[in-house]
Ligand binder design. Structure first.
Ligand SMILES: [Zn+2]
Ligand SMILES: [Zn+2]
Length: 351
């Protein structure tokens, strides 16, 4: 059952791999029984948008409308919708559907759905139609795959929480960052700066490990207690055996043995960055100290809601630079040059 006809909406898309993004229109499905129509207000630019728009991971579906850090207002609801009403502030993150039946979906770990989650863009939905992301004016999504953005959390600073925020919140919670714990965040970018804010709000003692001290003032302002340069070999001697948890946000290869040396006994090193090349590791770095090397990828719907509620309660949002849609290509270049503090957010009214 549907309430409205399919419609086409304005969007910014990469027409083909590596081509600059340009204004276009894309179809949105009719608002179904359990769907909400979202009037998108802001969409964050995630590093993975650039990877995919430039087909860095292969198999891209073009034209591609990136964007999985979406914040907006409910403009219409299907007749079966119970969670949301017109006017509610909502967000959509990295996926818009999953099988809903597997063990992981039932546990709220939809990001690990055995059938594969349906990506917010660059994916095919259950009907085989391409999904288009948040660089657009409107989105239709099942209410179960939207989350509520609490009052008091502005939509622009909330948008990046839908990917960057949950990507850091989930491992920090899973590995129990909190009072009495020493947590290091590797890299102070779009992901890392949220890691610092969230770990600090959770009560952990937070250290930033960054290539240089260039952003030290920012790191301390955002909530870090300590800030060290990884380009200085003395850092790895000074901090040997220090951390309960290290979360790495960097997508460059690291000297894993050196980082493992920074962990306490039973400490964990968790990757949320995704280096393209395999990383070498001497197993002695793990067995001496019963250490854990792990990974983590975004979070489920329930945990994403928990993260938004946590951020609202602690007054946390992303540090952003709002841009107009025609600045997207320029913003991509600046992200690649690490020239953003700390997230670009597109004002979708400019599309
Ligand atoms: Zn992302
Ligand atoms: Zn599933």
């Amino acid at each position: 059952m549907t309430t409205t006809a399919p419609t086409s909406v304005a969007a910014y898309a990469a027409p083909s791999a590596k081509a600059p993004l340009e204004r276009t229109t894309v179809p949105r499905r009719p608002v179904g029984e359990h769907d909400v129509l979202i009037d998108i207000k802001y969409a964050g630019i995630c590093h993975s948008d650039i990877h995919q728009a430039r087909d860095g991971w292969g198999e891209g579906i073009f034209p591609m409308v990136p964007g999985h850090e979406i914040a907006g207002v409910v403009a219409e609801v299907g007749p079966g919708v119970t969670k949301y009403a017109v006017g509610d502030h909502v967000g959509v993150g990295c996926f818009v559907d999953s099988c809903r039946e597997c063990a992981y979906c039932r546990q709220g770990l939809e990001q690990f759905c055995t059938q594969g989650m349906t990506g917010t863009y660059n994916a095919l939905d259950k009907n085989g139609e391409p999904t288009y992301g948040g660089y657009s004016t409107h989105l239709v999504v099942d209410e179960n795959y939207a989350v509520r953005i609490p009052d008091g959390l502005a939509l622009d600073i909330a948008a990046p929480l839908l990917c960057a925020g949950i990507t850091l919140y989930s491992p920090l919670r899973h590995w129990n960052a909190g009072p009495g714990k020493k947590v290091a965040v590797v890299g102070l970018g779009g992901l890392g700066h949220m890691g610092v804010k969230i770990a600090h709000a959770l009560g952990a003692e937070v250290t930033v490990l960054s290539q240089s001290l260039r952003k030290k003032d920012d790191g301390l302002r955002l909530g870090a207690d300590h800030y060290y340069a990884t380009s200085d070999p003395a850092t790895f001697e000074t901090l040997a055996g220090t951390f309960d948890l290290i979360v790495s946000t960097v997508s460059a290869p690291l000297n894993m043995d050196a980082y493992m040396g920074l962990l306490k006994v039973d400490g964990a090193f968790v990757n949320v960055g995704a280096p393209e090349e395999p990383n070498a590791l001497n197993m002695f770095s793990l067995i001496n100290g019963r250490k854990t090397l792990a990974g983590s990828m975004i979070g489920g719907i329930a945990e994403t809601q928990e993260m938004l509620d946590f951020c609202a309660a602690h007054g946390l949002g992303s540090e952003i630079e709002v841009i107009r849609a025609e600045q997207i290509n320029e913003a991509y270049e600046r992200v690649l040059a690490s020239d953003v503090r700390y997230r670009f957010v597109i004002d979708t009214a400019t599309i």
